[in-house]
Design a protein around this ligand. Structure first.
Ligand SMILES: *Cc1c(COP(=O)(O)O)cnc(C)c1O
Length: 385
C-alpha cells in the first residue's frame, strides 16, 4: 500500500536522538530550548513554546489567551478534531465557520457575516482558530482586521503548514495572529514522533504557556507570591498540566528542521506533477491564493459531481484495492457524534459538508517516487472510469 503520508528519518536524525540518550538529560535538558529558539528564529517570532503534541499546544494557547467557561471558540469544520476540542477542554462553547469553495480554508466573508450576527446576539467568540488546510495559509490579514474590529483573539492552527509563507511572511511569524501552533506528528512536514509548538510575539502569553505546560509551576522569584526562602523554592501558581516534550524528541525535531526547506520543495514539486498528470481527469485541486506558498502537507482532489458517476465510497474502495492509500481530510468536525450530541447537525456549514462528500487525499510525502505517483494517477483514472 502506498500510504497518504510518511515520515522521512535519516541516519543523522537517529544519531541526534542517540546522542541525547547518552547525555545527562532525557527531558528538560538543553535540546528543548535549542529547538524552540531555532524555530522562533526561523519563523521570526519572539517566542516558541514546545509541547508534547499540537493538541496540547492548542490547549495551552487557549488557556493563555484566557478562554474559559461561558466563552466561545470558533473554528472550521474542515479540520482535525483537535482544533475544536481545545475550546472544549477549557469549558468553552465551540461553533463553526464555513470554508470557501475554492481554497477550502476559512471563508472570511462567512466569518464576517457570522460575527455580525453574533454581535447582534451578544455572543461574540473570544478566540477564532483558522486552519491552514493542506499547508495553505489562511487569509490572515482579513481575519486579523476582523479580530481588531470585533475584539477576538486569533489562534492559527498551522499543523499542516510549517515551512509555508504568505506575502513573504513565514507562517509562525504571528504577524496577523496572537499564537500559531505547529504539529510534529509523523504524517506532518517535520516530525518529533509526537510533538507540537506554539509561537507568539506576546511575552505574557509565552510565559503563561510555559508555566501551564509544566503544572502551573514557576521558579522565577519575580513571579512568586512569597519571597523564596531557599534555592529549592518553586511555586505552583495555577492548575497546569504536564505537556512537556522530551529532549529525545526535541533533538529529532532540530535535526529534521535542517531539512524543512528540502521537504517543502519536494512536496511542492510532487504537487505540481500531480496538477499536470491529473489535468485530464474530472477532479479539481485546491486553489492556492496569490501570495501564498503552500507547504503541501496534503494533496487533495475533489471529484467533479457533474461528471463522475461512481460514488466517492466506490472510488475510495477501488483505489484501496489497487494499493493506493487514499484518505478523507476531513469529515466535518461538527458532524462527529461528540459534536452532534452537543446539538450540531447537517446544514450548518454547507460548503464544508459538500466538500467532504467529494474530497479525496492522494499520497504525498517527500520520498514518493515518480513511478509510485504514476501508479496513483493510473489507479485514479481507472477508479473514475
Ligand atoms: C495533526 C493535527 C492536529 C493535532 O496534532 P497532534 O500533534 O497530533 O496533536 C491539530 N490540528 C490539525 C489541523 C492537524 O492536522
Amino acid at each position: 500500500m502506498i500510504p497518504y503520508g510518511r515520515q522521512q528519518v535519516t541516519q543523522g536524525d537517529i544519531d541526534a536522538v542517540v546522542a541525547v540518550l547518552r547525555s545527562d538529560f532525557l527531558t528538560q535538558g538543553p535540546a528543548v530550548p535549542r529547538f524552540e529558539q531555532a524555530l522562533a528564529g526561523r519563523c521570526g517570532a519572539r517566542h516558541a513554546v514546545a509541547a508534547n503534541s499540537a493538541t496540547s499546544a492548542l490547549h495551552l494557547a487557549c488557556l493563555a489567551l484566557g478562554l474559559g467557561e461561558g466563552d466561545v471558540l470558533w473554528t472550521v469544520p474542515n479540520t482535525f478534531v483537535a482544533s475544536a476540542n481545545c475550546g472544549r477542554y477549557c469549558g468553552a462553547d465551540v461553533d463553526f465557520v464555513d470554508i470557501a469553495p475554492d481554497t477550502w480554508n476559512l471563508d472570511p466573508k462567512a466569518l464576517r457575516a457570522k460575527l455580525l450576527a453574533a454581535r447582534a446576539a451578544g455572543r461574540l467568540p473570544k478566540i477564532v482558530v483558522p486552519v491552514h488546510f493542506g499547508g495553505q495559509p489562511t487569509d490572515q490579514e482579513e481575519i486579523w482586521e476582523l479580530a481588531q474590529e470585533f475584539g477576538f483573539k486569533v489562534l492559527e492552527d498551522a499543523s499542516h503548514s510549517i515551512g509555508a509563507s504568505r506575502h513573504g511572511q513565514r507562517v509562525g511569524s504571528c504577524r496577523w495572529s496572537d499564537v500559531t501552533v505547529f504539529s510534529f506528528h509523523p504524517v506532518k512536514i517535520i516530525t518529533t514522533g509526537e510533538g507540537g509548538m506554539a509561537l507568539t510575539n506576546d511575552d505574557e502569553v509565552a510565559w503563561r504557556m510555559t508555566t501551564l505546560r509544566s503544572h502551573g509551576i514557576t521558579r522565577d522569584p519575580a513571579r512568586m507570591q512569597r519571597p523564596p526562602d531557599g534555592p529549592w523554592q518553586y511555586e505552583q501558581l495555577e492548575l497546569g498540566h504536564n505537556y512537556r516534550i522530551t529532549d529525545l524528541q526535541a533533538a529529532l525535531g532540530l535535526s529534521q528542521l535542517d531539512r524543512l526547506d528540502e521537504f517543502v520543495e519536494a512536496r511542492n514539486a510532487i504537487s505540481r506533477r500531480y496538477d499536470r498528470l491529473l489535468s485530464g481527469l474530472p477532479v479539481t485541486a485546491q486553489t492556492i491564493s496569490p501570495g501564498n506558498q503552500s507547504a503541501f502537507h496534503l494533496y487533495v482532489v475533489r471529484l467533479r459531481g457533474d461528471v463522475v458517476r461512481r460514488s466517492q465510497r466506490e472510488i475510495f474502495e477501488r483505489l484501496r484495492r489497487h494499493g493506493v492509500g487514499v484518505n478523507l481530510h476531513y469529515l466535518p468536525v461538527h458532524l462527529q457524534p461528540y459534536y452532534r450530541a452537543l446539538g450540531f447537525a447537517p446544514g450548518l456549514c454547507p460548503e464544508a459538508e459538500r466538500y467532504a462528500q467529494e474530497a479525496m487525499t492522494l499520497p504525498l510525502y517527500p520520498a514518493l517516487t515518480d513511478a509510485e505517483q504514476d501508479v496513483v494517477v493510473a489507479a485514479l483514472g481507472d477508479a473514475l472510469g
